[in-house]
Ligand binder design. Structure first.
Ligand code: ATP
Ligand code: MG
Length: 571
């Protein structure tokens, strides 16, 4: 598949317009499916949902909403060995969180097992399916290759009666796992390898999380998926491009059984993101090999991970809208996702102050044992959105990197003899640098403040070149900050030519935990999931798992540097 980085400026795309919606408009006009639109989101409950699934969710639910149709949530749970109720619950939580509602239309392919069995019988009766008793190895060998046709199974011409009998006995548990399989009788020379008598049912003694031990034969995905769509009256079965090759089989099955309705499959390009892996197999590996702290680790592209990182659901929906739906695979710049997150949070996250790496400042001309409260707006551009009191006192913390003893030319922040503004407070001047005599490290700065500059402006209009954030030491709230960076150091971790194992480009510094941060006391009431902007530092979200009163933990959602917006300006 042709790959490209999709930098299409959003303005050049008409929102809500893509080849799928265009097709649906035509279908409705032609009264296809009686003018109905029914879609489904069909996850297999074998892992947590990721941002790629969000694209599919937004498309399926979005299309149904736009065209007055319905979208089902259907679990394609045909592979019990890898599935679990934990995954089912997480998927429901994530779809709801994204803002979509399947009402009472929660379905499971396993609920259709009896019907599927009967459809399989129908194929047998029509001479279109047979029980094959070759070993798995023989079946593999006889499949042929892309350039050579396969070889017919010696069991291919079993009578309908014999096939029926064997299939019932498979169901009854008379045979060992792998002793027989049910196959469609199509064409062992078909150019599409999937059409060379594909398996429909296999014997597997595995406990199913919903049907228990009722079944010891399970239907294959290709057989189940199209018929589940048909049972539910799905009209537009939307799936990703890797299923294009399965469409022939999808149609073959539907056209040969008495399917209650005739859905149509249309494929679209899956989402790929730079610096990210979006294959469930790889995500499982990251969790199981301990590269992350679980499915909801904020470095994971799972919906539970990005929720914990502080990405709001409206940002994800906005992102899915902007990337659009195309027929060609491409890779989207992770910066676009972050851009959408910043846009959403810019409007909603209150600005507050916290210092990540504190440096003590003593204001020597400020009265001892005294403090004052400054009224600071949550949004400086719109004071009507509220404010809070921020204490100011003689001892403060500023950010270590906002001071340099010997500053280079372009450093405009605090330095010996230099004056800067403290946000919403006063001008201060650095008078003295005090060091620990043993280590030679700076222990604190001695500064003076100008009481006439209260609020941050000098009456004589003298200028300063920097405004720093700060926190009063006496009133400071201790907080922990987790600074996240991308989990991979390469834009394409799944590039097999570059990396034999995708984990070899794991970014060693993807998480930096700072345990000695200081925040303004207003944040003492922070609840898990609260999102703020720490002035000058970025957006932060109180951790959903670990933040509680007395242990305030913030995850950095995004820095304030918008690389996507910069890129767009250059274009
Ligand atoms: P993966 O390929 O990541 O292992 P999957 O396709 O096996 O995922 P399913 O649970 O079967 O996972 O996916 C449910 C639906 O989500 C499918 O219709 C699938 O096409 C779609 N989907 C999965 N990954 C993406 C993606 N990266 N972009 C868009 N849609 C996706
Ligand atoms: Mg897949």
């Amino acid at each position: 598949m042709e790959k490209s980085t999709d930098n299409t400026p959003e303005a050049s795309r008409e929102p809500g317009r893509d080849f799928i919606r265009e097709k649906i408009v035509k279908d409705i006009a032609a009264n296809k499916h009686n003018g109905r639109v029914a879609t489904r989101f069909p996850p297999e409950p074998n892992g947590y949902l990721h941002i790629g699934h969000a694209k599919s969710i937004c498309l399926n639910f979005g299309v149904a909403n736009e065209f007055g149709g319905k979208c089902n949530l259907r679990f394609d749970d045909t592979n019990p060995a890898k599935e679990s109720p934990e995954f089912v619950e997480s998927i429901k939580r994530d779809v709801r969180w994204l803002g979509f509602d399947w009402e009472n239309r929660e379905f499971y392919a396993s609920d259709y097992f009896e019907k599927l069995f009967n459809f399989a019988l129908e194929l047998i009766e029509k001479g279109l399916a047979y029980v094959d008793s070759q070993s798995a190895e023989q079946i593999r060998q006889n499949r042929g290759t892309l350039t050579e046709p396969g070889v017919d199974s010696p069991y291919r011409n079993r009578s309908v009666e014999e096939n029926r009998d064997l299939f019932f006995r498979m169901r009854a548990g008379e045979f060992e796992d792998g002793a027989h399989i049910l196959r469609a009788k199509i064409d062992m020379a078909a150019p599409n390898m999937l059409m060379r008598d594909p398996a429909l049912y296999r014997i597997r003694r595995v406990h199913h999380h919903r049907t228990g031990d009722k079944w010891c034969i399970y239907p294959m995905y290709d057989f189940t998926h199209c018929l589940s769509d048909s049972i539910e009256g799905i009209t537009h079965s939307l799936c990703t491009l890797e299923f294009e090759i399965n469409r022939e089989l999808y149609d073959w099955v539907l056209d040969r059984v008495s399917a209650p309705s005739r859905p149509e499959q249309t494929e679209f390009a899956r989402l790929n993101l730079t610096y990210t892996v979006l294959s469930k197999r790889k995500l499982i590996e990251l969790v199981e090999r301990g590269f992350v702290d679980g499915w909801d680790d904020p470095r994971m592209p799972t919906l539970s991970g990005i929720r914990r990182k502080g990405y709001p659901p409206e940002a994800i929906r906005d992102f899915c809208e902007r990337i659009g739906i195309a027929k060609r695979d491409s890779t989207v710049d992770f910066a676009l996702l972050e851009h959408c997150v910043r846009e959403a949070l810019n409007a909603t996250a209150p600005r507050v102050m916290a210092v990540l790496n504190p440096l003590k400042v003593i204001i020597e001309n400020y009265p001892q044992n005294s403090s004052e409260e400054l009224d600071c707006p949550f949004f400086s551009d719109d004071p009507s959105k509220g404010s809070r009191k921020v204490p100011f006192s003689r001892e403060l913390y500023i950010e270590q990197e906002d001071f340099m003893e010997d500053p280079p030319k372009k450093f405009f922040r605090l330095a010996p003899g230099r004056e800067v503004r403290l946000r919403y407070a006063y001008f201060i001047r650095c008078e003295k640098v005090v060091k620990d005599p043993k280590t030679g490290q700076i222990s604190h700065l001695v500064c003076t403040y100008d009481p006439a500059t209260k609020g941050g402006d000098a009456p004589d209009n003298r200028k300063v070149k920097a405004t720093l954030h700060w926190v009063s030491a006496e009133h400071a709230l201790p907080v922990t900050a987790r600074l996240y960076d991308s989990l991979f150091s390469d834009p394409n971790p799944a590039d097999k030519e570059k990396f034999a194992d995708f984990t070899s480009c794991i970014n060693e510094n993807s998480l930096v935990t700072l345990q000695n941060c200081k925040a303004e006391p207003f944040l003492a009431g922070t609840k898990p999931g609260d999102t703020v902007q720490f002035e000058r530092l970025g957006y932060f979200c109180a951790d959903l798992a670990d933040c509680r009163p007395g242990n305030i933990v913030f995850n950095r959602t995004a820095t304030l540097r918008d690389t996507w917006a910069k890129l767009q300006k250059k274009i």
